[in-house]
Design a protein around this ligand. Structure first.
Ligand SMILES: [Zn+2]
Length: 218
């Protein structure tokens, strides 16, 4: 086993045969998909080279190249997700990523460990635990707000909270997103996606080299 450019923790972006992003997989799962002939085509760039055993008859060694993006056959859930009915599960990690680790009240940039989930309309006042009613908030702002609405607390949101689409959710879940994977995901974001500007900025900072990792986690 040998890897070319990346640590083995680098994840591969798996899509369905129509190119809709599905999930992040590790190199072992990717290798299994290649071996079971489920890879329809590849995009992106080769990130791993796996050397297998020697063929007893020919004496040649098998070599498998794994790309950063692979399209696979036969996922029937993809269509459903792409039709816009999908609501990704809400969790703090992706919520904080959605908001760029910024407190949506004071605008400060914080480490993930310093952030909280704020319910804009508090649960005690009938607000839901849903993407459009939650924002990232620093402890200070969250404590100050307490069980009040932003108006009652004299606070103003710096951005409108939104429910990520499936492609946006995959992007937000990525631990280590390569530039080519990011560009690929970006083409599947809705035109109106509030993430466009941030992703473009990250890509510019990463440069044109596909080997560059575009990191977001703080
Ligand atoms: Zn704050």
């Amino acid at each position: 086993m040998e890897h070319r450019h990346h640590a083995l923790t680098q994840e591969v972006l798996r899509t369905d045969v129509a190119g809709m992003p599905l999930e992040w997989i590790d190199y072992k799962v990717a290798a299994t998909l290649y071996h079971s002939d489920q890879v329809a085509y590849t995009c992106g760039s080769p990130i791993f080279t796996i050397r297998g055993g020697f063929n007893a008859r020919t004496g040649r060694r098998s070599v498998l190249q794994i790309n950063s993006i692979i399209a696979t056959r036969g996922d029937t859930h993809a269509l459903e997700r792409s039709r816009g009915r999908y609501t990704p599960p809400l969790n703090n990690r992706t919520l904080f990523r959605r908001d760029g680790n910024l407190c949506m009240y004071c605008g400060g940039l914080f480490r993930t460990s310093e952030l909280t989930r704020d319910h804009i309309t508090p649960l005690s006042r009938g607000g839901g635990d849903v993407w459009t009613n939650v924002v990232t908030a620093c402890r200070r702002c969250n404590n100050h707000k307490g069980g009040r609405t932003p108006e009652q607390a004299g606070l103003e949101l710096i951005a409108v909270p939104f429910t990520p689409t499936y492609a946006e959710y995959i992007y937000l879940k990525g631990r280590r997103v390569l530039a080519d994977q990011m560009e690929y995901l970006l083409t599947h974001f809705p035109r109106s996606s509030p993430l466009h500007a941030r992703v473009r900025g990250d890509l510019e900072r990463a440069g044109r080299d596909w080997r560059n990792v575009v990191t977001l986690a703080h």
